[in-house]
Design a protein around this ligand. Structure first.
Ligand code: HEM
Length: 271
């Protein structure tokens, strides 16, 4: 975007207003370029970055199951306010899910501006990526595919977490993953979100020039991050499936560490 100064010195020191120059150059009628596309791009980048940072945290919390049922129970209870209020309030998790869902919807709406809107555009982009064999174009095509998938997969997951926050826990999550048969859904969501987020982070670095590193180095970091979170996600899913399989005859039973069960019993006894 070029900024025209209010006054421009012309030959022999005289000054002329930019408006006069625009008129003489026949540019006065031309509509000024709106700043909205740039502003919306910035909003899309910010919402995308926040969602990627959320997913980093989310995967670490979900993978706490790798340290055992009590570790995942503790993380779940932390978000339910158990250690602050002495009691669980699952609706606190719904508040977080609501905020993430708003951010997700905003990001998806902004991203739809860049989506190819008809078959001809899709064909052109795919042909371009094929002919050019340009890795960044191919990455963009994959980001569009995975973004499209996340419209459905992430929405379904957010809906479930928003309305059934009390159904999160070592046994409850494992029962959902195994006995409710959600593990194929989670594999698809994991692949989509990690590919989409990784490509998104790489494109943000290229677009905004931070960190200022060669593309090849940024790509290496991108694939390392994607690889790390895919492995972490698959290991966690494997753990939920293993627990869910072992727990298949007791679906609905909740996991509570012995000390917490005792505490809860005492509290109920006092009431
Ligand atoms: C605040 C919002 C969210 C909450 C509370 C949440 C909670 C959870 C929980 C408890 C699990 C463990 C499995 C289960 O209980 O069914 C899980 C798994 C998963 N979630 Fe979320 N989630 C949220 C947002 C998202 C978003 C926006 C995505 C993006 C697609 C996502 C993708 C996944 C994936 C891929 C898994 C499987 C993880 C694995 O492979 O082990 N989640 N989530």
């Amino acid at each position: 975007m070029c900024i025209i100064p209010r006054y421009v010195a012309i030959n022999d020191g005289a000054r002329m207003s930019s408006e006069t120059i625009m008129i003489h150059a026949g540019l006065a009628e031309r509509p000024r370029r709106s700043r909205w596309p740039a502003r919306l791009d910035l909003l899309q980048s910010i919402s995308g970055l926040l969602l990627v940072l959320f997913m980093f945290g989310h995967m670490f919390f979900v993978s706490s199951i790798l340290f055992g049922e009590t570790a995942m129970w503790t993380i779940t209870k932390l978000f339910e306010g158990y250690f602050f209020f002495g009691k669980s309030y699952p609706w606190l998790v719904s508040c977080i899910v609501g905020a993430v869902a708003l951010l997700f919807v905003m990001h998806a709406m902004l991203a739809m501006r860049k989506f190819p809107i008809n078959f001809r555009q899709w064909r052109t982009i795919r042909a371009h990526a094929k002919v050019m064999r340009h890795e960044d174009s191919t990455l963009w095509v994959w980001q569009a595919y995975t973004g499209f998938l996340l419209f459905f997969l992430a929405s379904a997951h957010l809906y479930q977490m928003f309305f059934w926050p009390h159904e999160i826990g070592p046994y409850a999550s494992a029962d959902r993953v195994w006995s409710d048969g959600l593990w194929p859904f989670y594999i698809a969501a994991l692949l989509a979100v990690e590919l989409h987020g990784g490509i998104g982070l790489y494109r943000l670095a290229i677009k905004w020039g931070w960190p200022n590193a060669p593309r090849a180095a940024l790509r290496k970091v991108k694939w390392a991050l994607t690889g790390f979170f895919l492995v972490l996600g698959l290991l966690s899913l494997g753990a939920y499936m293993k627990i869910g399989h072992a727990h298949r005859d007791h679906v609905g039973e909740r996991y509570t560490p012995a000390w917490a069960a005792e505490q809860d019993a005492q509290r109920e006894g006092r009431q």
